[in-house]
Write a protein that binds this ligand. Structure first.
Ligand SMILES: [Zn+2]
Length: 256
């Protein structure tokens, strides 16, 4: 745990810059576009952004959320993703014991932000992120918690449980409720966090998904269908499991 103010500020600023890159990933990767070419442009007028238009959060605020050239609105997504990534980086470094686990969690958090944004915007969880994510999670578990056994079991359990649920849902309803992207994403979460966290993630994301679904039904009298793609709930559940999983399991265990 690091509580050194300047160090934490530095980590936060690094997180903002990583968030800036994740914005590019969220916008371009699902469209099959290159991540580094062409350089960022205004989507309305094609104005090529210069460095002063690309400073995380600050540029967006100073320009009032509009293009410097044509005054077209720039999506709120940009500053939000940057801020969230900055805060998550800060929390990871603050709450994680120093060592390889810090690096593992920073990578994991970056992947989760990208998957959350892409699933929200495009309703897909690209294989180009989830499959390498599983491999990276397993590889890192050889030098960091949860250890390679828990990581492998986590990947198999995460993928297996969700595959089973998706399959049963299909048998009962004859329609696809969960995609294979969700299956691979939970396998990846298991690879990074281990099998215990898979169970915590699954409970938390199903619970928050159901809660939001019910709230929407009450407010809008909508249907029982999920209003948000399940990958967004998996990302939130995984973050909660990472930061508070041990606390939640200890709390749960006291009832037995
Ligand atoms: Zn413009």
């Amino acid at each position: 745990m690091i509580v050194d103010g300047p160090a934490l500020l530095f980590v936060f600023l690094i997180g903002l810059c990583v968030g800036s890159f994740l914005n590019v990933v969220i916008f371009r990767l699902p469209l099959g576009q290159s991540l580094n070419h062409p350089p960022s442009r205004c989507m309305a007028c094609g104005y090529a952004l210069r460095w002063r238009d690309n400073v995380p959060i600050l540029s967006w605020v100073l320009l009032g959320g509009r293009c410097r050239n044509c005054r077209a609105r720039i999506s709120m997504q940009y500053p939000i993703v940057e801020l969230v990534t900055g805060i998550l980086f800060l929390l990871v470094v603050w709450l994680t014991p120093p060592g390889p686990l810090v690096a593992s969690r920073l990578i994991f958090v970056g992947i989760l932000v990208a998957l959350f944004g892409i699933d929200l915007a495009h309703q897909i969880l690209p294989n180009t992120i989830t499959l390498p994510g599983i491999a990276i999670g397993v590889i890192l578990s050889f030098i960091a918690p949860p250890g390679w056994q828990a990581s492998l079991i986590g990947a198999l359990l995460g993928g297996g449980v969700l595959y089973g649920i998706a399959w049963s849902y299909y048998l009962v309803r004859r329609e696809e409720g969960l995609g294979m992207g969700d299956v691979k994403m939970l396998a990846m979460i298991g690879a990074f966090l281990g099998w215990k966290a898979v169970l915590v993630t699954l409970v938390l994301s199903s619970f928050s998904g159901a809660l939001l679904g019910m709230a929407l039904i009450v407010l809008q009298r909508g249907s029982m269908r999920l209003a948000l793609p399940f990958g967004t709930f998996l990302a939130i559940g995984a973050l909660a499991a990472m930061f508070a999983g041990d606390l939640l399991l200890a709390w749960y265990a006291q009832f037995f």
